[in-house]
Design a protein around this ligand. Structure first.
Ligand code: PLP
Length: 486
């Protein structure tokens, strides 16, 4: 790739030329007085509105669309985010006409849709060993919030107004935020030198004010919280509950059921583990599963399977109420079910096995050139640090862009200095992963020979290294006509 490559397409305003049009309307042969529009309200001209031909517009937007990196265009090993490939069959199924119904349709007319919701609930119950599910939450964080509210409602129903939620120091930032939103005070617990929680440490933090522990398993270091059963017992003896953040279920679905190892509430991310697109590609979904004792507190609507078909219950005094309009992001649910059905029950565990294999392959191939801050076995992702390197994690991430690879997650989890969190997922081939490993080695070589060069990366991207704080705080989102502004 040439460093001088200019791949920023021309701005649509700048290629504008007076008189160009991208439409052709017939002259109307209706007399003016038949047109019920007050002509004085019509705008003759829109100042600075670009004038372009159809081909200009098509090329402009096609070029702009190619500036984005996506799972469809290249490797995307963003740790913790599970950027697995989104199979096209999901989209095909979700675009079936019959599924696109109005949410106010009478339940008699949407029995098939309700069956789809119920069917996915059943799959998730089977995979997690939880008793019941709601598919309403629109994201992982939304599921966490709903789950914490369920815990609160359950404890309050027993007259137990506990105030504290324990969260390990390796947790995803959404965990403390969600618990806080649900009205709890947060207490952080340290992980041990192996990167996991000790039962002994948890015990020290337990008292009658502790409502729950939020544990991510495998945790954000990619390490299995092997003391989970002992910790769950301690919590339950203390009258507290175990919330399991299941965003990383890709690592052991089909192999371990959270419901069997003590989880009371768990959320899943359909847009991670179950192959539906993330944010930019559409809305997300963060279903929660709960134990038998907690089912009655789930948010409405509840889809009820009866003798005469499915019905929808919007009223449940015991529960936490409404957390979103309608049934959740229905077409995301459709895509996740399409994925599972295409995969087949027998292959669910294969996903996890391959995800773990791919991550450990990268770990083996790079462990001699990068520092491994935790030596414990890791599952679906691997975390290196920038210890002893002549450049920083940020420099490496920026240089990866020059090679057409989306960087891994950087500087998270916070307990690792200069963290590089790599999650290849199971959908990548050995060839792709080998190419990534080669690029990483090449970059580390470059770093040794000329660290200053890396600090200037990226060189081939439409925009160079940005002031990220400024870009986030004061984004420029629209074209500004500098000539007129002046
Ligand atoms: C992604 C993630 C979340 C939050 O999920 P969103 O859908 O982004 O809200 C929570 N916990 C962990 C461990 C995650 O990886």
């Amino acid at each position: 790739m040439s460093n001088e490559l200019n791949i920023l397409p021309e701005l649509i305003f700048e290629i504008s030329k007076e008189g160009k049009v991208g439409y052709s309307f017939r002259d109307i042969d209706i007399s003016d007085d038949l047109i019920a529009i007050d002509k004085s309200k019509l705008r003759e001209d829109i100042k600075d509105f670009p004038e372009l031909s159809e081909v200009d517009v098509v090329r402009h937007y096609t070029n702009v669309s190619k500036l984005n990196h996506s799972v469809d265009s290249g490797f995307y090993p963003l740790g913790s985010c599970t950027m697995k490939y989104n199979p096209k069959i999901n989209e095909k199924i979700a675009s079936l006409k019959g599924l696109n119904t109005h949410p106010y349709s009478p339940t008699d007319c949407v029995q098939g849709n309700l069956e789809i919701i119920k069917e996915l609930e059943k799959w998730l119950v089977n995979i997690t060993g939880m008793h019941g599910f709601t598919l309403v939450p629109a994201a992982g964080a939304h599921g966490e919030f709903a789950g914490m509210m369920v815990i609160r409602k359950y404890l309050e129903s027993k007259g137990d107004a506990r105030k504290i939620v324990l969260i390990p120091d390796s947790a995803h930032g959404t965990n403390p935020a969600s618990a806080h939103f649900a009205g709890y005070d947060i207490k952080e617990i340290p992980s041990n030198e192996d990167g996991v929680l000790d039962a002994k440490t948890v015990k020290e933090y337990l008292n009658e004010d502790v409502a729950a522990l939020m544990m991510t398993n495998p945790n954000t270091l990619g390490i299995f919280e092997k003391n989970i059963m002992e910790i769950a017992d301690l919590l339950h003896e203390n009258g507290s509950l175990l919330y399991m953040d299941g965003a990383n279920m890709n690592a052991f679905m089909g192999i371990v059921k959270p419901g069997d190892i003590g989880a009371d509430v768990i959320h899943l991310n359909l847009h991670k583990t179950f192959s539906t697109p993330h944010g930019g590609g559409g809305p997300g979904s963060g279903p929660i599963g709960v134990t038998k004792e907690l089912v009655q507190f789930l948010p409405v609507p509840l889809i009820i399977e009866g003798k005469d078909g499915y019905s929808v219950n919007y009223f449940n005094d015991a529960g936490i109420g409404r957390i979103k309009n309608f049934y959740g992001n229905f077409l995301v649910i459709v895509k996740a079910l399409a994925y599972l059905m295409a995969l087949g029950k027998e292959n669910v565990s294969k996903v996890a096995e391959d995800a773990v294999l791919n991550a450990n392959y990268i770990r083996e191939k790079l462990k001699d050139v990068l520092d491994l801050p935790f030596k414990s076995k890791t599952l679906h992702e691997v975390i290196f640090s920038d210890k002893d390197l002549p450049v920083t994690t940020l420099d490496i991430a920026k240089r990866l862009l020059d090679y057409g690879i989306h960087p891994f997650t950087i500087y998270f989890p916070l307990i690792v200095h200069g963290a590089m969190m790599i999650e290849p997922t199971e959908t990548e081939s050995k060839e792709t992963i080998d190419a990534f490993i080669d690029v990483m080695k090449k970059i580390l070589d470059e770093a040794k020979k000329d660290p200053e060069y890396l600090k200037g990366a990226p060189y081939n991207t439409p925009v160079r290294r940005l002031d990220e704080v400024l870009a986030a705080r004061k984004p420029v989102l629209k074209w500004i006509n500098e000539e007129n502004e002046g």
